[in-house]
Design a protein around this ligand. Structure first.
Ligand SMILES: Cc1ncc(COP(=O)(O)O)c(C=O)c1O
Length: 394
């Protein structure tokens, strides 16, 4: 029997998907807003026709967490340049940050090669995913996306009345663009693409994606979530150049990953000014970001040294985990992000509980009937602890 559980009940029941008891609610809220959760009879979240996420009961678990590898955060941030800028900015916090935000938008628009009216800021890209979902789907319609994928925009769209058309990923976990195009009908208001994808870490070929976006955006807007783009080892490219051709694409970027600022909350979308005007009629982009965060982001965007270091250390630690997983007899989905999804031959809930008991936070999914662990890439020391702990429980 399936049941629905809202966030408050979920907290009361002490269920968690991840490492720290204290951190669980924040991650969870960020991912799914206040949409009632669909749970199966074993209290796992039903994410999609193809995927579930395992929850464990937090009661009785140790409270310490030594390696927090459950939210794809950057272990090296925030960059020192941003920390200093934030400290200095505090005294300006009695003012709204309109001018400072305009300056940051100026920098972003130069970086993206578009004019400033193509950029909308938000406190993290989640805010903009949600705003787009609310505005586009408040009168119904359907959304087409891959399954599995990142669920934030889709869950909010569903909660305001959208139908979700979930298109299974291909065998190599890339987007099945042909099937997605075929799924579009007269009620489709948006196509959502996450590239590289979460939770798989897989990449969809840039040229195929560009052709798809170019063609499909003539009929319906295409939203491309590029949260992990910089961590893709240079194997893909942003779809932002399509805006120069007046294509109706929306590109979401975040300061939370390569720039190490997940808790500072800054993100943006690049889209056609006419699309952003529609979002702005009902919501206020940028209003939710603090003065300090804007100045932190303004410093971080120029801190190439920090970004390059993050990319290098992430690649090294990821390679280490690949090697150790292979030694332990595990396969994995090649990742173009800062996390790895790999199949496990044990119960997902059990794995989550045992790893949590060892102070290592990871995520556990069931996808197409198989159990998977998703581990974020932390520091080399954290990954050594993950490998040691995982070796002990498997
Ligand atoms: C694919 C994807 N998009 C968006 C986000 C949200 O990021 P933020 O709101 O921190 O910018 C995440 C967070 O993990 C993500 O994985």
């Amino acid at each position: 029997m399936e049941q629905k559980l809202n966030r408050r009940n979920w907290l009361r029941k002490g269920l968690l998907t991840l490492g720290t008891v204290g951190a669980a609610p924040h991650l969870f809220e960020g991912a799914f807003a206040n949409t009632p959760l669909q749970l199966d009879k074993n209290n796992n979240i039903i994410l999609s026709p193809n995927a579930k996420e395992y929850l464990i009961n937090s009661e009785g678990l140790p409270k310490g967490i030594f390696a927090k590898l459950n939210a794809n955060e950057n272990p090296y941030g925030p960059p020192m340049s941003a920390q200093n800028a934030i400290k200095e900015a505090v005294v300006g916090g009695n003012r709204y940050a309109w001018k400072e935000m305009a300056d940051l938008i100026g920098k972003i628009s130069k970086k993206e090669g578009v004019s400033p009216d193509h950029i909308m800021m938000g406190p993290g890209s989640s805010d903009l995913l949600e705003k787009v979902a609310i505005v586009l789907f408040m009168k119904g319609g359907n959304i087409v996306s891959a399954d599995p994928t990142y669920m934030s925009l889709i869950k909010v769209a569903e909660s305001v009345g959208a139908k979700w058309k979930a298109v299974p990923c291909k065998n190599d976990w890339s987007h099945d663009l042909k099937a997605m195009e075929a799924a579009i009908d007269s009620e489709t208001k948006l196509v959502y693409i996450c590239n590289p994808n979460n939770p798989t870490g897989a990449l969809t070929d840039a040229q195929e994606l560009e052709d798809f976006c170019s063609r499909v955006s003539e009929k319906v807007p295409v939203f491309i979530d590029e949260a992990y783009l910089e961590l893709a080892d240079g194997k893909t490219k942003s779809m932002v150049s399509l805006l120069g051709k007046k294509k109706n694409v929306i590109i979401a970027r975040t300061f939370s990953k390569v720039m190490g600022m997940a808790g500072i909350r800054v993100g943006y979308v690049a889209a056609l000014p006419s699309f952003l005007e529609d979002i702005n009629k009902i919501t206020r982009g940028g209003m939710g970001i603090s003065y300090t965060s804007i100045l932190g982001a303004t410093a971080a965007i120029d801190d190439k040294e920090f970004q390059d270091m993050s990319i290098k250390l992430n690649a090294e630690a990821k390679e280490y985990v690949y090697t150790e997983l292979k030694k332990m007899g595990y396969s994995y989905i090649p990742s173009y992000t800062n996390f790895i999804l790999f199949p496990i031959n044990m119960d997902g809930k059990d794995m989550l509980k045992k790893m949590t008991e060892k102070g290592v936070g990871v995520r556990a999914f069931q996808i197409q009937g198989k159990n998977y662990c998703r581990v974020s890439i932390g520091t080399m020391d954290e990954m050594k602890l993950f490998v040691k702990s995982f070796g002990e429980i498997s």
